[in-house]
Ligand binder design. Structure first.
Ligand SMILES: [Zn+2]
Ligand SMILES: [Zn+2]
Length: 215
């Protein structure tokens, strides 16, 4: 015999307790973590439902912070970078602390100012295997690292590659004043023909460790 399910119905919006903010499906939210020492969880609200007693639950899709991923945080991960995971949960709406914005990588780099509630994502993340999509990412500079939007870079007018100021022994102040920049391989005193391999697009694989971490 089928058990009676508590009656649940999908609702259009939810008001965050103690605020005048309204959440709808598709919004990104910050949720209270299980340990108070941790930063809030970042999630996308997929669905909002209420039971007959008015208790509201939300179906969320988690964004993982680099620290929460199997491979951990790497040097090129931005401070505000999150990964769109395939991990869904039902959570009580009471754990929602506020709204946030998860931008695409491109629109994040165009923000005039980055607020507390601004994040970005460029990778989807498989929470059981630790794999990323895309699984290859372009690298820049002589250190061959993917772009980290937190690091200031300057572009070479010869080869068009980008360089970290700290990798070319320049201070950010010097870089801001710079009108022209040629990297070591393109510098006028050392006018070599552009090496085609230097210009070729370079990528690294997004490697995955074997250890697993659970939320
Ligand atoms: Zn570098
Ligand atoms: Zn160059």
């Amino acid at each position: 015999m089928a058990k009676a399910q508590p009656a649940r119905s999908t609702i259009d919006y939810y008001g965050i307790k103690g605020t005048n903010k309204i959440i709808r499906a598709g919004d990104c939210v910050l949720m209270r973590p299980s340990e108070s020492s941790k930063p809030p969880y970042v999630a996308k609200v997929e669905k909002i439902e209420s039971d007959s007693r008015g208790h509201v639950r939300v179906q969320v899709r988690w964004y993982y912070r680099p620290e929460e991923s199997i491979g951990g945080r790497r040097q090129f991960h931005g401070a505000k970078e999150v990964f769109l995971s395939d991990h869904y949960d039902m959570q009580s709406a009471d754990t929602i602390e506020g709204k946030c914005n998860v931008h695409s990588f491109k629109s994040y780099t165009k923000l005039d100012a980055v607020g507390n509630e601004d994040f970005f994502y460029r990778f989807e993340y498989n929470s059981s295997t630790g794999a990323f999509n895309p699984d290859r990412v372009a690298v820049y500079c002589k250190c061959e690292m993917p772009y980290n939007p937190d690091d200031l870079m300057v572009q070479c007018e010869g080869c068009s590659d980008w360089f970290h100021t700290h990798c070319i022994n320049m201070t950010p102040e010097e870089a801001e004043k710079l009108e022209h920049f040629f990297c070591q391989s393109c510098s006028p005193e050392d006018q070599k023909k552009l090496n085609s391999s230097h210009n070729a697009s370079r990528h690294i694989e997004m490697k995955v460790d074997t250890k697993r971490r659970r939320r």
